[in-house]
Design a protein around this ligand. Structure first.
Ligand code: 4AD
Ligand code: MG
Length: 457
């Protein structure tokens, strides 16, 4: 049976006979021995394999080839790692040639995106996806420990949660010649789902159903936005975590979000130490210290009105001039988090005009009980709110925003029958991966990025 290299380094027993399988990262030859660096993806470090250069398989041991090696663990004299493997048996499972693109030299992330099927053979992407895996596991850990129920919200839906018209359409109608109703409009009654359907932009509305019956719940799955944003923080397909808490207000919501982020940061510091050290050294100097400081921090909180007052004082430095009523731009968010408070910051009570229809209207009649969490480098990482639980206010708001009341009837039922105060938020999973790794571009923290013009693989 093969031993994973991670386990071998965690618990090395000099003299043991073990078998490892993996891919050759590099090979070095001297007169009397050949060294292979073998990596199996289980950890950042590769295992040094020491082999006799007269081994008949040695010519096939090139970068990228896959091997199975059996040998004896020996204390490594080189000091880089505790043990190395003195090979007694070597089998090349799959050859690789000089045209293998992942040779030792450093490649640009842009180039590696084009070969996303091979980039996971590099240190950087191995580290990214191990950290991503830790975060995914810890998300469930955090909510399950607190008694939240994981609901699987649908991917295909007829509800536009954000009401922003950014849904990808799902149809089997013939595009060249769709069926038409008597008025000449496309007849979606004849479409696959019997109505106009799309890919979900958020599982929130379905999570609210569960929070209105089963108590605290959360979703964790893919969401889609057909927004034409070509930025380092936007994807057309991204993963979102959306807890929804029953009998809760916006302050409970922020408390939960803060505990959640702190849990994830501490978990990555504890379980991802080797990969974090790599990011600290190669990608984002100071990353570990930043996360350690954050792990013991209290997040700042301020209203949108206060935030705009701060921004107006330094308006000169911004491309977009801040004023009350305008949405915060990424440059504003970053100034607030990076320079003003130098850490995570909740901004609450936004003008209702720039937020979604479901947010609870505050008593001032102008703002809603919204909360965004802004963090250094990434900007908005969480968006959430207390939900409008009052039937009349909610239906008025839907109409005011020009949304079709008929498609939200079921949502209004939650207010008609036993409504309760409740609140929730959405964490952009990839933005969280960016935040903890320091990776600059969101396309490099999801295995196969979907962006305008690109859905390869
Ligand atoms: O602020 P958003 O649009 O909020 C919602 O969707 C709510 N339904 C959440 C809720 O209250 N349950 O999105 C939430 C988060 C953002 O803060 C951001 O981190 C991320 O999702 N996000 C994106 N991430 C990558 N690419 C995109 N195009 C994103 N749009 C939003
Ligand atoms: Mg938002």
């Amino acid at each position: 049976m093969r031993t994973k290299i991670l386990h071998l380094f965690q618990n090395p027993v000099v003299g043991d006979t073990v078998t490892v399988c993996g891919w050759i990262r590099t090979r070095r030859d001297s007169k009397s021995v050949t060294f292979l660096e073998v990596n199996d993806g289980s950890c950042l470090k590769s295992l040094q394999v020491v082999i006799d250069p007269s081994n008949p398989q040695i010519g096939r041991c090139t970068t990228g080839a896959s091997v199975r090696v059996t040998g004896t663990l020996a204390a490594s004299p080189a000091g880089q790692q505790a043990v190395e493997l003195t090979a007694t048996e070597l089998a090349v499972l799959g050859d690789s040639g000089p045209d293998f693109p992942m040779q030792k030299k450093r490649h640009s992330f842009e180039f590696l995106r084009d070969i996303a099927h091979l980039r996971t053979r590099s240190n950087t992407f191995g580290a990214v996806f191990r950290i991503r895996n830790i975060l995914a596991r810890e998300i469930h850990q955090f909510f399950q420990q607190r008694g939240f129920l994981w609901l699987h919200s649908p991917i295909v839906t007829t509800s536009d949660c954000e009401g922003a018209g950014e849904m990808f359409q799902v149809t089997t109608l013939p595009l060249e010649n769709p069926p038409r109703d008597p008025a000449g409009a496309i007849d979606y009654a004849k479409d696959f789902f019997g109505g106009k359907a799309g890919l979900t932009v958020s599982g929130q509305l379905e999570a609210e159903i569960f929070a209105s019956s089963m108590g605290d719940s959360y979703t964790f799955g893919p969401t889609f936005r057909a927004e034409n944003s070509n930025t380092s923080r936007h994807l057309a397909e991204f993963w979102m975590v959306e807890p929804e808490i029953s009998f809760a207000d916006i302050h409970d919501d922020m408390d939960l979000a803060e505990a959640f982020i702190l849990h994830l940061v501490r978990a990555v510091l504890e379980h991802g130490a080797e990969d974090l050290a790599f990011f600290d050294k190669m990608i984002a100097p100071g990353q570990i210290e930043m996360l350690q400081k954050l792990a013991g921090a209290k997040f700042a909180r301020m209203t949108y009105t206060e935030a705009v007052e701060h921004l107006v004082k330094v308006a000169d430095r911004f491309e977009f001039k801040p004023y009350w009523g305008a949405d915060l731009q990424s440059e504003h968010e970053r100034y607030l988090a990076e320079e003003l408070v130098q850490g995570p910051l909740f901004v609450i009570d936004y003008p209702k005009e720039i937020k979604a229809f479901y947010m609870r209207c505050n008593d001032d009649g102008k703002t809603v009980a919204a909360m965004d969490l802004l963090v250094p480098r990434v900007g908005e990482i969480i968006g959430g709110s207390q939900r409008e639980e009052r039937l009349e206010q909610l239906s008025n708001r839907i109409v005011e925003m020009g949304l079709p009341l008929s498609t939200y009837e079921w949502y209004l039922d939650l207010r008609r029958f036993g409504t309760v105060p409740h609140a929730g938020f959405g964490l952009g999973f990839e933005r969280m991966v960016q935040f903890v790794t320091g990776m600059g571009n969101i396309r490099d923290v999801i295995p196969f990025p979907r962006t305008p013009g690109n859905a390869a693989f």
